[in-house]
Design a binder for this molecule. Structure first.
Ligand SMILES: [Zn+2]
Length: 447
């Protein structure tokens, strides 16, 4: 009787989709959203129309309410998503097209390499210079397609081309009658500055503002206009994602494809007096992350803090492929015990070998609703927040006698000394006096 009850319960559990799903024969579509704040998607609570297609996917997803990027930059963050490692481990600590031509380290294994070795056909369509194959992002992909920039500084490739090329690859894959599974990575750059004036998009959303917003005007225009311009960009990207998913459906691949959606970092829309993305406040680190598949009957929401380095292990678990030996993240397929998450930030200015300034080299730990941003070169400029009472990160609690500072500091020390095989990367970039370097060494931050 007891065994029968267990069997019935297990059947109900599987039918409801709770904690189960995925398959040994599913394909994988990974969609990375550049510059996408979590709070500017409907599924994360945005009150206006902004992301109907992504929201539709999110309705039947393993849905992470509090996912944190490892970096506020495209190259470093994507390298973490693909390797399941922190920046100091995979080595891409700046965007390679602007600095040092950094590539993903030889000892790191990417999701594409791992899946390709496991028999998947692999293809990438990306739309930003920081993700060029020469920085290691092409590793493991049989095909790699970088859609060229549209001509604006720091702009990405045309999202229509990205969608078309990804769709055409799916069509070819289907028509060749391949028996393998596929892994397709598609990267959209649309909500990155500049926020283009697309009259049809803004009209459809009822936005009466007709300027393109660039980095300069993002800081000076009324904040309501900047937010609406950003919203229109997200809506535009969402439209193309809708087209890509429709293509999967037309080709009758949707039922057999796991669709993972993740943001690489967010964007300041004048919070803290800032624009663009840098530093380690929540506006640039809290990103959307969810995994959709058809077997799931309803959204399975996970309220706990997770990192984007947890995505690859979770996907491998769902795909029923062996885990990635070099991963620093953990599968979140089933609810895991709460664990702290970490991020790193280095300003490009450090490469100029000028005297460093506060805020240019920081590391972050977040544990539950508490957070420490440690300034590695100017410790007195560190910041500590209790987000349960201060979600805007406006009241800095940092202090030598503050118990929260001490508690989070111990977690950060442990992470840097024991979890990062090479310590913190990037010290060589900094014009730093020998005494300070010795101090960082003695603390175990540099190996
Ligand atoms: Zn980015």
């Amino acid at each position: 009787m007891r065994r029968l009850c267990s069997a019935v319960l297990m059947a109900l559990f599987v039918l409801s989709g709770c904690g189960e799903g995925g398959s040994h024969n599913s394909h994988l579509l990974l969609i990375t959203l550049d510059t996408q704040r979590a709070d500017f998607l409907g599924s994360y609570g945005h009150p206006e129309t902004v992301s109907p297609h992504l929201d539709s996917l999110a309705q039947r997803s393993l849905f992470f309410e509090k996912a944190y990027a490892t970096a506020p930059f495209t190259g470093p963050s994507h390298a973490s998503i693909l390797t399941s490692q922190h920046q100091s481990t995979h080595g891409v600590i700046y965007n390679g097209h602007r600095a040092r031509n950094l590539t993903i380290g030889e000892s790191s294994v990417t999701l594409a390499e791992h899946l390709n070795q496991s028999g998947f056909n692999t293809m990438a369509v990306v739309s930003g210079g920081p993700l060029d194959a020469r920085f290691g992002f092409g590793r493991g992909f049989e095909g790699f397609n970088l859609v060229p920039q549209m001509g604006y500084l720091d702009s990405g490739g045309d999202p229509a081309q990205v969608t078309r090329r990804a769709g055409n690859w799916l069509l070819d894959w289907k028509h060749t009658g391949k028996q393998e599974r596929f892994f397709l990575w598609v990267h959209y750059f649309v909500p990155h500055l500049p926020f283009l004036n697309r009259p049809d998009v803004r009209d459809s959303l009822g936005i009466e503002f007709d300027q393109t917003v660039d980095e300069e005007s993002a800081a000076t225009l009324p904040v309501a206009q900047v937010r609406q311009a950003y919203r229109a960009e997200v809506f535009e990207m969402d439209r193309f994602i809708g087209q890509l998913v429709a293509r999967l459906e037309q080709l009758e691949l949707a039922d057999d494809t796991i669709i993972a959606v993740v943001g690489d970092h967010g964007e300041y829309l004048q919070e803290h007096g800032w624009t663009n993305h840098h530093g380690l406040f929540d506006e640039v680190l809290h990103v959307p992350m969810f995994i959709h598949w058809r077997d799931l009957r309803a959204s399975e929401r996970r309220p706990g803090t997770v990192s984007t380095i947890d995505l690859a292990p979770t996907l491998l678990d769902l795909l029923e492929v062996a885990s990635l030996a070099t991963a620093e993240g953990k599968s979140q397929r089933r609810e895991a015990a709460p664990a702290p998450v970490f991020a790193e930030w280095r300003d490009f200015r450090l490469l100029n070998q000028e005297a460093p300034r506060p805020g240019e080299f920081q590391v972050m730990v977040r544990a539950g609703e508490t957070k420490l941003i440690r300034d590695m070169l100017f410790p007195e400029a560190s910041q500590c927040f209790d987000l349960s009472t201060d979600p805007a990160e406006a009241r800095n609690l940092f202090g030598p006698n503050d118990p929260l500072t001490a508690e989070l500091g111990a977690l950060l020390d442990d992470h840097i000394k024991n979890s990062l095989p090479h310590g913190l990367a990037g010290i060589d970039d900094i014009q730093i006096d020998s005494k300070s370097l010795e101090m960082l060494r003695s603390l175990g931050y540099v190996h």
